[in-house]
Design a binder for this molecule. Sequence first.
Ligand code: ADP
Ligand code: MG
Length: 728
Amino acid sequence: MSTLRFHAIKKSLASKPVPVDETERRSDMFGRNVFNESSMRQYLTKDAFNGVMDAIKFGKKIDRNIADQVAASMKDWALSKGVTHYTHWFQPLTGGTAEKHDAFFETVGDGMAIEKFGGTQLVQQEPDASSFPSGGIRNTFEARGYTAWDPTSPAFIYRTTLCIPTIFVAYTGEALDHKTPLLKALHAVDKAATAVCKYFDKNVKKVSTSLGWEQEYFLIDKTLAASRPDITLTGRTLLGHSSAKGQQLDDHYFGSIPSRALNYMRDLEMECMLLGIPAKTRHNEVAPNQFELAPIFEEANLAVDHNSLLMDIMSRVASRHHFKVLFHEKPFAGVNGSGKHNNWSLLTDTGVNLLAPGKTPTSNLQFLTFFINTIKAVNKHEELLRATIASASNDHRLGANEAPPAIMSIFIGQQLTKVLDELEGVTKGKLSPQEKTELKLNVVGKIPDVLLDNTDRNRTSPFAFTGNKFEFRAVGSTANCGDPMTVLNTIVAKQLKDFKIEVDTLIDEKGLKKDEAIFNVLREYIKTSKRILFEGNGYGEAWEKEAEKRGLSNNKNTPQALKAKISQKSIALFEEMEVMSKIETEARYEIEIEAYIKHIQIEGRILGDIARNHIVPIAVQYQNTLIKNVAGLKDIFGENYKAFAKEQINLIEQISNHIESINGNVTKMINERKKANAIEEAEIKAHAYCYNVKPLFEAIRYHCDKLEMLVDDEIWPLTKYRELLFTR
Ligand code: ADP
Ligand code: MG
């Protein structure tokens, strides 16, 4: 083992679990650092409290006077907890979160100072944001973008700073973040779903979206991770021969959590508690050193904020425990990658989960209405849904025979398949009394209210119904859930809006009764959306062929997939639902294409560096040892030396061949990169990176990994897979 690797491993083994002092009950800690309803009750006047509540529940505007009161109370609350600074906290399109801290502290002349924070600072800020990506919306001449308070997500204290969740928009009004379109999509689905709910219950005033994400990640010793330039710069290994033992024994999944990792998780969960993130589940995942954290689901906007915040907390807590968290979708070849399942449902203000079967025929008809409309929405916009989860890193996962394929389909389970089959047979137009009774009793009435245990949980489906919610499984582990949530809620909103119009038309113009009209429309939906339903193995080749026959898209890489974001259909959809303007949609496309190019470019550069400057020199060094050995054998045995040096000579030749292939391919890659960089148009450039640059990574890697198996372990410079994945 090389000295470098030896010391890294030694240091890693010496990292004892960091003790975690957990003396308080979690329920007592929960939300302590959040300016939530209970702290607001304590700190706000009644008027201010009601003002904020109206804003949260009904989207009412908060007037200046109330904003001033809220700001003053927030400041008092924060100061009582030793906080010195405040920041608007937002999620720009770079990924991650952004903050710019300002002190409460202000001088007031005569050498005096006070702590100050008013409504103006709470409501709006102007960070110097000219370096955030805007897809050309905001050129650097007119660098003004501003952040604006989102009262629906409570302020919180993080690292002694009062953080105020905000949207981030250009001075001209275009969204520059993940939250703005999400809030609009949530509003759209609320409006459309509430209108549909009125068919079943006139009391429903609001429908909110619930999201429960499941965050998968790898936990790698910090020193070992730092010993790999590829992990340091790209969050994944660009090369490395597979370990003799990987995940084939299935001994990690749900296994006992290693002590150091467990202490990390406990520490992390306590931070979550203080910040009101309802972390609930923790377990080992399939690959060695791979884990998952899942919270109790929350209102979608809050859940998205919590996931972004969590990813930040995770990296910090990991550092404390001498770990590095890898969020990358595929940090290691040959073992499972990571995803972020988005569990999604719709919930009324009367407490009904619209995607849970009910106890009465009416509630079941309501369930079927939302269930089938979702299926229709996904069918119609499957390509857009695929686009929303596209990224350079998720490309490694989708369609890589372990995660959902790049083809969107919906799994609903046997029981519901049967129900849909029966509904499809409903007579067109008016129903006979007999048929109505039959429907009520035997079709709608027969759906059991608990499907959870019956739903055979097809893990290969990208979008599965799991009893009382849909689970969008194709979302990548690095993703901001805001994007998939924006798209899903927008397409469902549009679908529900259309549904309402169709049903009303049948009632008003054809004189059908409400239930008849609903049955009629749903029947047509089932007929026209069937191709999206798939119960089989999503990883199989047979499905790819079948999906093609069904006319489903199969966009295997990001440049291909992203196109759907700027199709006429998508632009019209976002415009109609008032989620994004054409300019905003196109800007996002631009940003994502650019991000793709940059990711592949960085990977290419670092791979070239490692291959040429780390691996080839070591291979040459080892080859020299062999050459010396052969020369020595010649000295001893004279012309007979070949009988003793056959294998060494063979090795020398093999090493030369690999070196030649590595250098040849690196040169090719650099040339392809140069050609790609000369291309002006981002889309064509992305294609060049995808089809001409990236394929060379595999070729380079192949030969480097072969060398890893040939070269003396004593001098191999890169920490090996077994060391990264199994050192505990
Ligand atoms: P798993 O899929 O890992 O077997 P579960 O199905 O129990 O686990 O739940 C996974 C996630 O689904 C959790 O984060 C949970 O909070 C979330 N979830 C459960 N019900 C809903 C719902 N109605 N809406 C959104 N998310 C939900
Ligand atoms: Mg799940």
